[in-house]
Design a protein around this ligand. Sequence first.
Ligand SMILES: [Zn+2]
Length: 141
Amino acid sequence: MQPKKTDEILCPNPECEYYLKAEGKAIVKRGKYKTGHQRYYCKHCGKYFMETSGTAIYRKHLSKDKIRMIYRLFLEKNGIRSIERITGHHRDTISNLLKDTEKNEQTEDYLINKIGLTAKECDKLWKLLEMKKGKSRKSPK
Ligand SMILES: [Zn+2]
């Protein structure tokens, strides 16, 4: 039996044998960061990491199928509200998922290998996310 709280936490260390692997992982809670974030420890590689480091999207209470659907709809340029209407998920869930999708190798790996997006779709996703971020941060010139 694994403790429930760490079920969705996977090791974000690419050097680790259990990198992003759920099966056989050994991750335990070890204190907290000053920021209040839960700190985790991977017994396999001996690294500490924050719950948000590369794990943000795994913590979402969404199945892979649903995550895939949200990304696909987003890739088809659907807005948050239409994704909400189509999937029935709350717009906060959807926008948090997109907001937490950081461009890095881990996420790309996850999206391609676990979620089933193609590399091309990933590229497009990064572009769309960047545009989205740019819009919300800066006012248009
Ligand atoms: Zn590890």
